[in-house]
Ligand binder design. Sequence first.
Ligand code: BEZ
Length: 398
Amino acid sequence: MRRLRKPTIAALTGLAAAALVSGCGGGSLGGGDSDDGGGGGDTATPVRLGLVVPTSGVYAPLGEDMKQGFELYLAQHGQKLGGHAVELEVVDEGATPATGVAATQRLLQGDVNAVVGIVNSATALGVRDAFDEAKIPLIVANAGADAITGAKKSDFVWRTSFSNGQVAAALGPQAAQTCTKGAFLVAADYAAGKEATAGFRQTFTAAGGKVVGSVFPPFGTTTNYQPFLAQIRQSGADCAYSFFAGAEAVAFTKQYAQFGLKDTVKLYSSGFLTEGGVLKGAGAAAAGIETSLHYSDQLDTPANKAFVGEYQAKFGESPTVYAVQTYDAAHVLDDAFKTGIDGPAVVKGLQGISSVDSPRGTWRFDDGHGPQQTYYLRRVDQGAGGLVNTVVQPLSGA
Ligand code: BEZ
């Protein structure tokens, strides 16, 4: 079983060079490093990868972060994975599952060794079977749809991100401590919003909380949240739980404050509401919001500090959870390609990974091919250079 470690920059330069010369470096079983070349045979053949991320639509900012996370890993590793040169095709997932599924299927008709990415749960659900049938590995680097891993797992579908229900469930017991009159649930009307609210509801009510209402604004088209915010006000809730990301998160957070709810109905959310550029976009309206997530660029660990420094140096901004998830997708493929580059060999390589040392902390694939990881309670605070997601404490509710 391999344990993937995040190497230092100095080690990276040397190891990437070694891989170039030798073409193979052994599989680093039992605690070795992932960056020691390719152990799966001939590394002269390049690997062809598809990166499916939104470059248009409400989730476009997430796609850019994911692309940067993948690029950083490649840059640190001599543009190689498992010792193979990488031929990367980036395709636009677009705004809806209709565009995302079509773009992914086009990639599958080409000759790709693996596909990485996918932001939207509905898209991930729409392509899961195609990967299973084509026997081409898909590393889902964002979409949290519960039904693409776990009980519905495929040998060919793995996830380096999270499941929507788990992120939200981690927050439920925490919110139950402060929310005495009841919680109102508000989330984007598609698989991710439905799963997130179900996860929150489960642990929140188990911890003694009461849900007083819920509403699901249409996904991708809602720009005016006032009718939904009015329902929150009328419900008598003293807290709300929300799931929104990207451009929708900015609009919702700003309107929540403008509508006067910020100081009367405490807002909890899955951390996508306040992540990265979205936090800058929402500005002061986001101050004080408490969220759950498996990453913050504020995590005070040597591995994260090194990662944040390298990311800032390359892109002039701090990394987000989306960047980390895709960086880790490159990391697991780097190791898996050492076993071979055809679909079943890559799956064997993925099955052999026992844990991954990541900027988010060490995590491992669970039996359902999703990450088993720590979730954190985060609060939006004023930091030295602007608003940040302070890490308050690890959560145990997931
Ligand atoms: C999802 O569709 O699963 C999702 C999209 C954006 C952020 C988080 C989850």
